[in-house]
Design a protein around this ligand. Structure first.
Ligand code: FNR
Length: 365
């Protein structure tokens, strides 16, 4: 039988109750620039769990302090971070959703003011820091830049260790999915793409070299992540730079199977973010779906595929699963507008029994 939006998805021994995932979305809301989760994060993620999503994913959560995009990002580099995140995982689970955490390192795109403070690179006297990247080429900001150091072998080992330690903490905090963030021009994507990786050592050069770090990080996370819990990896399927040597959908099809071999269970297929001037062919509904679709059709491994980008209606989300274009519909901005997306979808798709509202809300649905 064809799966639909409300068919459970089994990954390892974890049952995801439906195919809707809340896409990771930065909230820039850690109050003391300490990476500790606050009431905002609990209420924000908790209400999307009450809203019936199968997976509720945290924002990009930095595995080390210099891997934050802004000083207000969530972090998971100490036991205090684990303690602050634990009530969120517990509450999400109490609502019947699967709690997930995106483990991230922003690479050369770190050390910026949050969007509503201007989003500009932060200099050291404003609380900024030196960023790290595969090459010493800063992101070309319009106003100034952030000092960017090329990573040495030691830095590479530190980053792998930070992802491994973050995964251990995420498990302790009670999360059931760990997602490695390798998209949007952040550190792991910077390694993947020849646009940003000019290294001549084992971590640069051809596809094998450029993909080594993300494969090693995924394997390190898998090594400590419990066998019954899935690992996701978010990638940018393309740099959207067809006129020069860049990361392509062909590379992504190959990477999906290589990540499966490294222990990943789902590939979350996004795009872009590695260059300030991408050539995006289409920006409407489902704009990144063709990339997820191709990986779904061409994968040789059993890796599951998540599609993200411009999914905003129940019919659209249901259709992509029913048509076998992806295994999971990942919904970002529509969840900012409607925390109850999945409950509304169950009604609109005439499946009210498939996503029950919290008991406290039943008289309203
Ligand atoms: C995002 N996005 C994002 N992606 C990611 O991998 N980690 C993150 O922390 C964030 N942060 C973030 C914040 C906000 C406010 C927005 C709007 C977006 C990208 C997001 O997860 C998603 O991929 C895109 O928004 C496209 O999907 P939608 O919004 O069209 O469903």
């Amino acid at each position: 039988m064809t799966a639909d939006l409300f068919a459970p998805l089994e990954l390892r021994e974890t049952t995801i109750p439906n195919r809707v995932m809340v896409s990771p979305m930065c909230q820039y809301s850690c109050e003391d620039r300490d990476g500790l989760a606050t009431d905002w994060h609990l209420v924000h993620l908790g209400s999307r769990a009450s809203g019936g999503a199968g997976v509720v994913m945290t924002e990009a959560t930095a595995v080390e302090a210099r891997g934050r995009i802004s000083p207000e990002d969530l972090g998971i580099w100490s036991d205090a971070h684990t303690e602050a995140l634990a009530p969120i995982a517990e509450f999400v689970k109490s609502q019947g959703s699967v709690p997930a955490i995106q483990l991230a390192h922003a690479g050369r795109k770190a050390s910026k003011a949050r969007p509503w403070d201007g989003g500009e690179p932060l200099q050291p006297d404003e609380g900024g820091w030196e960023t790290i990247a595969p090459s010493d080429q800063p992101w070309p900001y319009e106003n100034g830049e952030t000092a960017t150091a090329k990573m040495e072998q030691d830095d590479i080992e530190d980053v792998i260790d930070s992802f491994r330690a973050a995964a251990e903490r995420a498990d302790e905090a009670g999360f059931d999915v760990a997602e490695v963030h390798a998209a949007h021009g952040y550190l792991l994507h910077e390694f993947l793409s020849p646009v940003t990786n000019h290294r001549t050592d084992d971590y640069g050069g051809d596809y094998e070299g450029r993909s080594r770090l993300v494969r090693e990080v995924t394997a390190a996370v898998r090594e400590v992540w419990p066998d019954d819990k899935p690992v996701f990896v978010r990638i940018s399927a393309t740099d959207w730079l067809p006129d020069r040597e860049s990361w392509t959908v062909d590379d992504s099809v190959r990477l999906a199977d290589d990540l499966a071999a490294a222990g990943a269970d789902l590939i979350d297929v996004s795009a872009g973010g590695n260059d300030p001037d991408p050539q995006i062919p289409y920006r409407g509904p489902g704009y990144q779906l063709p990339y997820a679709d191709r990986i779904t059709r061409e994968r040789d491994s059993g890796i599951a595929v998540g599609a993200v980008g411009g999914i905003s209606s129940p019919e659209q989300a249901d259709a992509l699963v029913r048509n076998g274009r992806a295994d999971m519909a990942i919904v970002g901005r529509e969840h900012l507008r409607d925390p109850y997306f999945s409950l509304h979808a169950a009604h609109e798709l005439d499946r009210p029994e498939a996503a029950e509202p919290p008991i406290q809300y039943r008289r309203g649905f």
